[in-house]
Design a protein around this ligand. Structure first.
Ligand code: BES
Ligand code: MN
Ligand code: ZN
Length: 495
C-alpha cells in the first residue's frame, strides 16, 4: 500500500472515496462538515436518520454521491470527541481499514489526521493511520498454489491543509513500522521446513544488503564452539539443521556511542526435544522464532528511518528436536558464561540458547540489552494475549519500555523479578537448573536469564501470548516491532 501526503482542498478534490470522522450526538469533524456542505447536507441527513450513531468503530460506506467529484464517502465513528482515547482512535481507524478491505476502491483520501487526541500529536495520528491501514492488508501467499484474491485498495492519501511536515514524518515512521511488522509476520508465518536457522541468516544478510550502514555477520556452530556456547549448542545438537548466530549491526551514530542491543529467540521449530510436546497445536511452534523476526523488523525500520543511534541485533537460531543426540533430562551443560546448567526439561530450550547470546552481547559494550522471546506458556496463563510480559533489572529501562508501549499501542505489563524467585532454580548437581517448577513460570524463566545479564541494563519481553494469534485467525502479529521502533524513536528524540 502507498501512503501519500495530500493537501488539495476538499472542494477541489477528486477521489474514489473520502474517509471522514463523525462523533456521538451527530457531531461532525471539520472534514465531515465540508463534505456535508458539498453534498447538500447528505451527512447530516444520514446521521438524522440514525443510519450511523457515531460510536467508536461504527462505519458507514456511502457508495454513491450524486454529481460529486468525491465518488464515495466512508463515515467512521469516533465516539465522544472530548473523551477519545488512543486505543479508541486506533480501533476506529482499523474499522475503516477493514471496511475498505472488502470494497472495490483502489485509492482513498483519509481525513482522520485532524482528529484531536489529548496526549498525542498529529505525527502520531499519521503514524497510527498508516499502521492501522497496513495490518489488515497483509496476505500470506508464499505456499498457496492459487494466491488469495488481490485486494483492491492500493493507496491512501493522508489529508491536511496545514502541518504537512508533521504528517509526512508520521507517514515515514508509520511506513517503516508497518513494513517491519509485515516482514516479521511473513518470516514468522513461513513453515519450519522453509524458515530454518539458515533461512533466517540469509534473510538477515539480505536486509543488511539493502542499507549501507547495516551489516550482518553469521557465526557457524564451529565458531560458537570456540566461544564456548555449550548451552546453545546443546539445543541444536538434536537437530539436523545447523544452528546460526546472527548479528546485525546498524551504525547511525558516532562510533563511541554505546549501542542498544536487541536479542531475539530464533527457535525455528520447537518440538520440545526429548521432553516432547503434545501433538495438538504443535504446528504453532513454528512461531517460536517470532522474537528473532521482531529483531529483523525493528532493525530494518531503524535503517529505513536512518535513526541517529547505534543498534545491534543478535539472533541465536536453532531447532529443538527429539533425536539420539539431543539433550536428555538431567544432562548438564556449560554455558559461555561458565555457569553449568542442569537441563531438567529439554522443552525449556529458549533460555538455553538465549543465555549464551546474552553473554555474547557483552562484547558490544551495550548501553541497554532488550531480549524478546516466545519463552513461556505460563505468560499466556498470567497475561493472556493482550500485553507482552516485561521483566528487567533496571527501572528506567522498564519504564521507558512501558511508556513506548503505550505510545505504540503495543502493550506490555511488568512482572516482578525478585530475588525470592531465584531459589526455584536451585540444582543439586549444577550451578543452576533450567526450570523452576510450576509456579511463576514466566518469572523463573526471566530469573534464569538474569543470571547472565548482571553486567548491563537489561529487559526481557515474553511475547508467547502476543506474537501470534491462534484459531481461525491463526497468524503472526508482528509484535513487538511497534514497541521496539517506538522505543528507538524515543531514544533518537532524546539523543
Ligand atoms: N516456546 C515455548 C513457550 C511457548 C509455549 C510459547 C506455548 C507459546 C505457547 C518454550 O520453549 C517452552 O516450551 N516453554 C516451556 C517451559 C517449561 C518446560 C518450563 C513451557 O512454557 O511449557
Ligand atoms: Mn520449548
Ligand atoms: Zn521454545
Amino acid at each position: 500500500m502507498d501512503y501519500l501526503l495530500a493537501n488539495t482542498p476538499l472542494e477541489a478534490l477528486e477521489t474514489e472515496c473520502l474517509i471522514v470522522a463523525v462523533f456521538n450526538n451527530k457531531k461532525l469533524s471539520p472534514a465531515a462538515q465540508t463534505l456535508d456542505s458539498l453534498t447538500d447536507s447528505l451527512v447530516t441527513d444520514i446521521l438524522e436518520r440514525g443510519d450511523i450513531q457515531g460510536k467508536v468503530a461504527d462505519t458507514l460506506l456511502i457508495n454513491y454521491l450524486p454529481h460529486a467529484t468525491i465518488k464515495r464517502a466512508l463515515l467512521v465513528g469516533f465516539g465522544n470527541a472530548d473523551k477519545l482515547t488512543a486505543k479508541a482512535f486506533r480501533k476506529a481507524v482499523s474499522a475503516a481499514a477493514n471496511t475498505l478491505k472488502t470494497s472495490q476502491i483502489s485509492s482513498a483520501d483519509c481525513c482522520l489526521t485532524e482528529i484531536k487526541l489529548e496526549k498525542h500529536n498529529i505525527t502520531w495520528n499519521a503514524r497510527q493511520i498508516v499502521e492501522a491501514f497496513d495490518a489488515p492488508f497483509y496476505q500470506f501467499n508464499d505456499c498457496k498454489s492459487k494466491p488469495d484474491d488481490k485486494l483492491a485498495l492500493a493507496s491512501i492519501n493522508l489529508h491536511s491543509l496545514t502541518d504537512s511536515d508533521a504528517i509526512q514524518t508520521g507517514i515515514d515512521q508509520g511506513i517503516a513500522i508497518a513494513q517491519g511488522v509485515a516482514l516479521a509476520k511473513h518470516i514468522s508465518d513461513l513453515p519450519g521446513n522453509i524458515c530454518t536457522p539458515t533461512y533466517l541468516a540469509e534473510q538477515a544478510l539480505e536486509i543488511a544488503g539493502q542499507h549501507a550502514n547495516l551489516t550482518a555477520e553469521i557465526l557457524e556452530e564451529a565458531d560458537m564452539h570456540k566461544l564456548g556456547m555449550g548451552s546453545f549448542l546443546s539445543v541444536s545438537r538434536g537437530s539436523r539443521q545447523p544452528a546460526k548466530l546472527i548479528t546485525l549491526k546498524y551504525n547511525g551514530a558516532a562510533k563511541n556511542s554505546q549501542p542498544i542491543v536487541f536479542v531475539g529467540k530464533g527457535l525455528t521449530f520447537d518440538a520440545g526435544g526429548i521432553s516432547l510436546k503434545p501433538g495438538a497445536g504443535m504446528d504453532e511452534m513454528k512461531y517460536d522464532m517470532c522474537g528473532s523476526a521482531a529483531v529483523l523488523g525493528a532493525l530494518q525500520a531503524a535503517a529505513q528511518l536512518q535513526l541517529p543511534l547505534n543498534i545491534v541485533g543478535i539472533i541465536p537460531s536453532s531447532e529443538n528436536m527429539p533425536d539420539g543426540d539431543a539433550n536428555k533430562p538431567g544432562d548438564i551443560v556449560t554455558s559461555m558464561a561458565g555457569l553449568t546448567i542442569e537441563i531438567l526439561n529439554t522443552d525449556a530450550e529458549g533460555r538455553l540458547i538465549l543465555c549464551d547470546a546474552l553473554t555474547y552481547a557483552k562484547k558490544f559494550n551495550p548501553d541497554v540489552v532488550i531480549d524478546m522471546a516466545t519463552l513461556t506458556g505460563a505468560c499466556l496463563v498470567a497475561l493472556g494475549r493482550v500485553p507482552s510480559g516485561l521483566l528487567g533489572n533496571n527501572d528506567t529501562l522498564c519504564n521507558d519500555l512501558l511508556s513506548a508501549s503505550e505510545t505504540a499501542l503495543d502493550s506490555v505489563w511488568r512482572l516482578p523479578l525478585w530475588d525470592e524467585y531465584q531459589d526455584q532454580l536451585k540444582s543439586n548437581f549444577a550451578d543452576i537448573a533450567n526450570i523452576g517448577g510450576r509456579d511463576a513460570g514466566t518469572i523463573t524463566a526471566a530469573c534464569f536469564l538474569s543470571r547472565f545479564t548482571e553486567d548491563y541494563q537489561w529487559a526481557h519481553l515474553d511475547i508467547a501470548g502476543t506474537a501470534w494469534k491462534s484459531g481461525d485467525a491463526k497468524g503472526a502479529t508482528g509484535r513487538p516491532v511497534p514497541l521496539l521502533v517506538q522505543y528507538l524513536l524515543n531514544r533518537a528524540d532524546a539523543a
